[in-house]
Design a protein around this ligand. Structure first.
Ligand SMILES: Cc1cc2nc3c(=O)[nH]c(=O)nc-3n(C[C@H](O)[C@H](O)[C@H](O)COP(=O)(O)O)c2cc1C
Length: 191
């Protein structure tokens, strides 16, 4: 049977940083059940929303940059993971730009997807958790509580045992919820 997709979006500028570390751990636990796709937003050209309101009348964004590639990937995924370090008390500007550019998807286009998040800060996560929770609610996804890690230098978060436990918990919840979704989508033959 064809596997469903997990699409992980990383908003850290560091490919070997703490956010990528936890995300890789999660994806490793999911790889037997899902087709995995992981991207770093830093590798994509994502302009900020220009408030043209084209998307009010069109189910699309008028800005023709790399977000167009990401919209397709979002639509194809069954599971969407947003991963970001905390910069200045919130998600990074890379993640923020991405979020703003998905405004036109807030009317339920992603409502059947499972959504969760990973955030990593050094000490003070500020509004980062609320930003992630609020985003997934706004996009009406089936939201699972995310993972919060603490670390500063690369690999610090590998010593955060609570975060590692939460990665395991999240992987189990994702697998279980996706299996329930699959059952619900089956055409039952009632004898
Ligand atoms: C510009 C900048 C701002 C930061 N602001 C915060 C902050 O407000 N709170 C916090 O806990 N950590 C802050 N940090 C620390 C990072 O969140 C931390 O180093 C994190 O592990 C980086 O994740 P990464 O390794 O995945 O890039 C900041 C780091 C940078 C570079």
């Amino acid at each position: 049977m064809e596997k469903n997709n997990v699409f992980a979006i990383i908003g850290s500028p560091r490919e070997n940083g703490n956010t990528a570390f936890l995300t890789n751990k999660l994806l490793d636990l999911l790889k037997d059940n899902f087709k995995i796709e992981k991207i770093f937003l830093k590798d994509y050209t994502i302009n900020s929303c220009k408030e043209c309101y084209y998307c009010m009348d069109n189910d699309a964004c008028s800005i023709k940059d790399d977000m167009q590639i990401l919209y397709d990937k979002l639509r194809e995924a069954q599971v969407i993971i947003l991963s970001s370090p905390i910069f200045m008390g919130g998600v990074t500007s890379l993640m923020r730009a991405f979020m703003e550019r998905t405004w036109h998807l807030r009317k339920g286009q992603l409502k059947d997807k499972i959504g969760s998040y990973i955030i990593v800060g050094r000490r003070d996560i500020g509004s980062g958790l609320n930003e992630m929770e609020g985003y997934l609610s706004r996009l009406k996804m089936n939201k699972l509580a995310g993972v919060l890690g603490f670390g500063f230098h690369e690999n610090d978060v590998s010593k955060d045992e609570e975060a590692l436990k939460n990665v395991q918990r999240l992987s189990k919840q994702i697998i279980s919820l996706s299996q329930t979704q699959k059952m619900n989508n089956q055409d039952w033959i009632i004898l």
